[in-house]
Design a protein around this ligand. Structure first.
Ligand code: HEC
Ligand SMILES: [Cu+2]
Length: 375
């Protein structure tokens, strides 16, 4: 049964007009709000309505349980994400209590005051005390939430005196990570030292994207022509996964972020490795690959430090073989997957902004060998 239309007609008495699929129009005289709800819950309405209420309760509970799994804002790994979680839990509890109270009263009156033979509907209008109460309590709650929100925003964005600054540029559909002070440019995999504050200067090369690593920081938009800041301090070593959180085109799904938080020592070792330019292989399959790279003008979109390739439209490939994934998470970075990508990126990541070069299997093998030397 489906409700087609619900109208209130200005007649002698107030009248509600329920139109019900495959049923005649039913007219009920309605004198009070409570009775209106009671009629709404009569007979066949009672079941679907109750189901809806139980369902909405379920929807409140189920995602919070599902999200309690790792890689969610419910397992914060930075003080910034912790302060956001604290605020969220507070609001969830307060909203949950209000929800239970309101639904409870609604369910109670629906059954306790339902229409039964011999019963007269009560008539009343206005109750100043109740009206003042239900205006004042939400207003107070909003003031409390406002104060806590401002406090949380402050905690989540306060910057230390000497943070590690990283420029992050979102591209369709990959992330450019630029360490200006270290002279490093890499992609899709962000390395940070544990315990040190990181300030990300976030922007976009094309459309609006959103940088979201839920365990580390709040979701922040990457806008073309405007720099936003994201602040976090990873408290434990590990890999924190994130995702572009603003629909940005056909491959939005495969715009994953990996944040690798390392001990200061490991991070410094990574920095030293990343600073090293690539050495062009002197001979063999990889050397053939390097020639194909030049011949196919891959360097018009990709940079490889130590070579003439200096394109910026695609990820920097100087150390591509040391990264965990290809294509912003679409493939694990293995030699076989590298060959798949080079064979035809449009099969692996349809719509990606790298064309199919229609390379022969021999060319793919040589290029793969070359890519694998880029550690
Ligand atoms: C028109 C620009 C363009 C050209 C030319 C180009 N690429 Fe790409 N390439 C891209 C873009 C953009 C990506 C990122 C795709 C994505 O993840 O959505 C990419 C990704 C890659 C990746 C994966 C990098 C990573 O970290 O995920 C490799 C490897 C690669 N290209 C190699 C090559 C080779 C080899 C050539 C020459 C045969 C080439 N590219 C030519 C634009 C280009
Ligand atoms: Cu995006």
């Amino acid at each position: 049964m489906r409700l087609i239309a619900l109208r209130i007609l200005p007649m002698d008495d107030k009248v509600i007009d329920f139109r019900v699929h495959r049923r005649d129009v039913i007219l009920f005289p309605v004198r009070s709000q409570v009775q209106r709800i009671t009629y709404f819950l009569r007979g066949a309405w009672r079941l679907p309505m109750t189901a809806t209420m139980v369902g909405s309760l379920g929807m409140l509970v189920v995602p919070s349980v599902a999200l309690a799994a790792p890689r969610s804002p419910f397992s914060p790994a930075s003080p910034q994400a912790q302060s956001i979680e604290n605020l969220f839990i507070f609001q969830l509890v307060v909203a949950g209590l209000i929800f239970l109270g309101v639904e409870g009263v609604l369910l109670y009156s629906s059954f306790a005051h339902r229409s039964r033979p011999g019963r007269q509907a009560a008539t009343f209008s206005g109750n100043t005390k109740v009206e003042i109460a239900w205006t004042a309590i939400p207003a107070l709650l909003l003031i409390v939430v406002f104060i806590l929100t401002v406090q949380t925003m402050h905690q989540a964005t306060a910057t230390a005196t000497d943070p590690l600054t990283i420029r992050v540029v979102a591209h369709q559909w990959w992330w450019e990570f630029d360490y200006p002070n270290e002279g490093i440019v890499t992609a899709n995999e962000l390395h940070v030292p544990v315990g040190e504050q990181v300030v990300i200067h976030l922007e976009s090369a094309d459309v609006i994207h959103s940088f979201w690593v839920p365990e580390l920081a709040g979701k922040t938009d990457a806008n073309p022509g405007h720099v936003n800041e994201v602040t976090f301090t990873a408290m434990a070593p590990g890999t924190y996964l994130g995702q572009c959180a603003e629909f940005c085109g056909v491959e939005h799904t495969w715009m994953a972020i990996r944040v690798v938080a390392q001990s200061t020592q490991d991070y410094q070792a990574w920095v030293q490795m990343e600073k090293r330019p690539a050495t062009t292989p002197p001979a063999g399959l990889a050397a053939q690959g390097a020639q194909i790279f030049t011949a196919e003008a891959c360097g018009s979109c990709h940079a490889i430090a130590g070579t003439s390739a200096n394109g910026v439209a695609g990820p920097n490939l100087t150390h591509v073989a040391s990264r965990a994934t290809i294509g912003a998470g679409v493939l694990d970075n293995t030699p076989a997957n590298m060959a798949r990508w080079l064979q035809n990126p449009q099969v692996v990541k349809p719509g990606a902004l790298m064309p199919n070069f229609n390379l022969t299997p021999d060319q793919v093998n040589a290029l793969t060998a070359y890519m694998e030397t880029l550690r």
